[in-house]
Design a protein around this ligand. Sequence first.
Ligand code: SAM
Length: 288
Amino acid sequence: MSRGKLLREIVADLYGVEAAKKVWGRLEVIGDIAILRKPPDLNIEFFKPVAEVLLKKLPYVKSVWLAISPIKSEHRVREYVHLAGEPRSETIYKEHGCLFKIDILNVYISPTLSYEHIRIAKLVMKNENIINMFAGAGLFSIIIAKHAKPTKILSIDINPRAYALMLENVKINKVEDVVQPVLGDAAEVVKAYRGWADRVLMPLPELSYKYLSEAVEALKAKGFIHVYDFVTAENPTEALRLGSLKFSSKLSGLGVKASINHGRVVRSVGPKYYQIVLDIEIVKDEIK
Ligand SMILES: C[S@@+](CC[C@H](N)C(=O)[O-])C[C@H]1O[C@@H](n2cnc3c(N)ncnc32)[C@H](O)[C@@H]1O
C-alpha cells in the first residue's frame, strides 16, 4: 500500500471517510522523519492521533512533523510543528548512494528533485568545472561528484545552516577534493569566477531568471546552464514553450548564442502551474 493511502486509511479509521478526503494524499518520508501537510480547514490537534498511529504502522519513522506553511523566505523552508515521536528535525537522507545530513526546519529538502539530481550528474563530462548557484545541503553537487568525474564544483548557498550541513555532507561522502562549499549570495560569489565554468546549475526558480547574466559571465566560451523556473500555462507542453521563449529572449539580449537542448516538467505545482527545467547550451564567441 502506498504511504498516501495508508495516511488516508488511518484518518478514516480515526475520524471517518469524509475527514480522510480532506487530508493531503501524500505522505513524505525524509530519512526517518515523516511529514504531513495541514490543509487550511483542519487544525493541528486533528493530526496528533494520526501521527501516533503512523509511528506504530511505520517502524522506520521516528519523528512526525506537520508542515503548516508553504515553502517561503530566502532560505526556501516551510514552518512545521512537531506531532509525535522524537522531537528532532535532523535526519540522514539517502539518495543515489550518497548520505545527506539535513534539518527539515532550516534547510530546503525535496525528494521530488531526486531524478533531476541524477539526470544532471549523467550529463557531466570528465574534468568539468561546475558552479551550483543554489546548493542547499549539497545534493546536486555531491551526487555529481560521486557519479561523474568533474574537476571542481563550486557549491554556493546563502543560508548559513545549509552551508554548515553542506560542509558536513561533503566530508560524509568523501568529496572534499571536488566539492567546495561557499557561503554567500551566488550573484556576488560568481563574480570572482568569470569564464571559469563549463556548467552552471540554477536550481532556484525564484532567482534563475534574475541571476542569468551572472551565470553566463561565469561560463567559459562554451558551456551549459540548467535553469529551473515556475511557469503558468494551460498544459505541460505550453509551459515548456513559454519557459523556453522567456529564457531564449533574455539570453539573446545578453548577446550569446543559446540552444535549448532539452526541457522537462519537473512537477506540477498547482492548477496550470508547473516547475520546469531547461538545459541550455551557450556559445559566447559567436557574439551578434
Ligand atoms: C530550492 S533550494 C536548493 C535545492 C538544492 N539544490 C537541492 O537539490 O536540494 C534553493 C536554495 O537557494 C538558496 N538561496 C536563496 N537565495 C540565494 C542566493 N541569493 N544565493 C545563493 N543561494 C541562495 C536557499 O538558501 C536554498 O537553500
